[in-house]
Design a protein around this ligand. Structure first.
Ligand code: AMP
Ligand code: GLY
Length: 441
């Protein structure tokens, strides 16, 4: 068996480990991959955006399955190209990737299908967007419609801030083309939760739930990042909750895509806001979350290669379920100096060995220079701790992160606080997340 993983982050490292576990004898390639993945895969120096070179490589090597990690190549049509060339690929085609690549498209689809989400309007014209702001309650959220590396949503406490955000995007060119069209939406109060499905074009099968921490600083302060940590499973993970999310959120999207003759095949990620009116969609992504993958996949006991192969061959997932390991995982992301506004590279990384039953370090922004592991990006490492309890997983993750050293490193020591320190939640939030093993104070 010959497998190819496209991408180079912590998510792709976690996918590589998962495929290695499911196919111990396979030849696994990663393009371009990262140094941490070289235990599980051989690295191929082709960038994730070079679709022609990737398709040529997959054809030459007779790749049996290509798994696409990041959104950009999916939005650029890598899966369409592979399918046209008869190459088995796991990931949605360009039409499906619009769920992430065009917030305007995703919002329209949700409105048409009655999927619960924030009230919104889409604008191509700044004056009309500014008018809309004048007629709506604060706070408001202004979003670039296109891909903006997770940084295109601005939560605005006041109308004045919303006006500034609109002017920066639509007139000032912040986010470039991605911000030429904006979505202005209602601010939803609640607690966020990430849910993931494996979709075969018709059915959506849930994986574990996770909660990620997007702000750079402890106490959820500071700028938005790609994600500074996550844990899984997150409550409420009760089967009836996931069934409600599947039926009211994932299924209507799959139905709409298949009626449009663009069946959605791949991972479907819904970022939810748990509100007092039930779960509502913050955003869809056409891929797994990062860092959430670094806790969700290691805890998933089921073989994932088999459903991915089925989906890549256009077969049904009927009868497949993702069984989860007992226990918890929590990942702490270690970032380089300046992240998220910038990043720092070339700093040597000192890392002791860890017991793989307790701690697994996923690489993201790393490189090998002169035989040494060095930093090479904003998010450098994801340090995942495992435990029978969330407390144990958190302790292992944080202790391990404290023992890894590189100049300028920073990480959050409060990942998982929603369940580890529920006293920090206000009573309304506490009611929204069913926290097992904790009696609300
Ligand atoms: P997005 O890029 O759409 O995922 O938004 C990034 C972050 O902004 C989300 O994870 C939320 O924390 C916040 N956010 C986005 N939209 C809303 C909304 N309508 N109400 C409240 N928070 C939001
Ligand atoms: N952790 C958020 C994302 O992957 O978009």
């Amino acid at each position: 068996m010959n497998l190819l993983i496209i991408g180079s982050g912590g998510r792709e490292h976690a996918i590589a480990d998962c495929l290695r576990r499911d196919a111990p004898a396979a030849a696994i390639h990663a393009a371009p991959g990262n140094p941490g993945m070289s235990d599980a895969a051989s690295l191929v120096p082709i960038q994730a955006g070079d679709i022609d070179a990737l398709a040529d490589f997959a054809a030459e090597q007779r790749i049996d399955l290509t798994v696409v990690g990041p959104e950009a190549p999916l939005a650029a049509g890598i899966a369409d190209r592979f399918r046209a060339d008869g190459l088995p690929v796991f990931g949605p085609d360009r039409a499906g990737a619009r769920l992430e690549a065009s917030k305007a498209f995703a919002k329209r689809l949700m409105r048409e299908r009655g999927v619960p989400t924030a009230d919104h309007e889409t604008f191509d014209d700044a004056a009309a967007a500014l008018d809309y702001v004048d007629g709506h309650e604060e706070p408001l959220v202004v979003k670039a419609s296109g891909l903006a590396a997770g940084k295109g949503a601005i939560v605005c406490e006041s109308r004045a801030q919303a006006r500034t955000a609109i002017e920066e995007m639509m007139i000032g060119g912040r986010f470039g083309e991605a911000g030429a069209r904006v979505v202005v939406e209602e601010f939803m109060r609640g607690v966020e939760l990430s849910v993931f499905f494996v979709a075969d074009g018709e059915l959506a099968v849930p994986l574990l739930t996770s909660r990620d921490y997007k702000r750079v600083g402890e106490g959820d302060r500071g700028l938005n990042t790609g994600g500074m940590g996550a844990y899984a499973p997150a409550s409420p993970a009760a089967p009836d909750f996931m069934e409600q999310v599947r039926a009211t959120i994932a299924q209507p999207v799959l139905d709409a895509m298949s009626e449009a003759e663009a069946p959605y095949r791949g991972f479907l990620y819904a970022g939810l806001m748990l509100t007092d009116e039930g779960p509502r969609v913050v955003e869809f992504n056409c891929r797994m979350g990062d860092p959430e993958t670094q806790v969700v996949l290691p805890l998933t006991r089921s073989n994932l290669l088999e459903p991915m192969l089925r989906v890549a061959h256009g077969e049904s997932l009927r009868g497949w379920r993702a069984a989860a390991e007992e226990g918890f995982a929590l990942v702490t992301v270690m970032a380089s100096a300046g992240y998220p506004e910038g990043s720092d590279s070339g700093r040597p990384i000192d890392m002791p060995p860890f017991d793989p039953e307790e701690v697994k370090v996923f690489h993201a922004g790393t490189a090998v220079r002169d035989g040494r592991l060095v930093t090479a990006g904003g998010r450098v490492l994801g340090v995942t701790g495992f435990g029978d309890t969330l407390e144990a997983a958190a302790r292992r993750s944080r202790e391990a992160a404290g023992r890894i050293r590189f100049r300028g490193s920073h990480f959050r020591s409060d990942i998982g606080w929603h369940e580890l320190e529920p006293a920090r939640l206000d009573p309304a939030e506490r009611a929204l997340i069913a926290v097992p093993g904790h009696t609300p104070p």
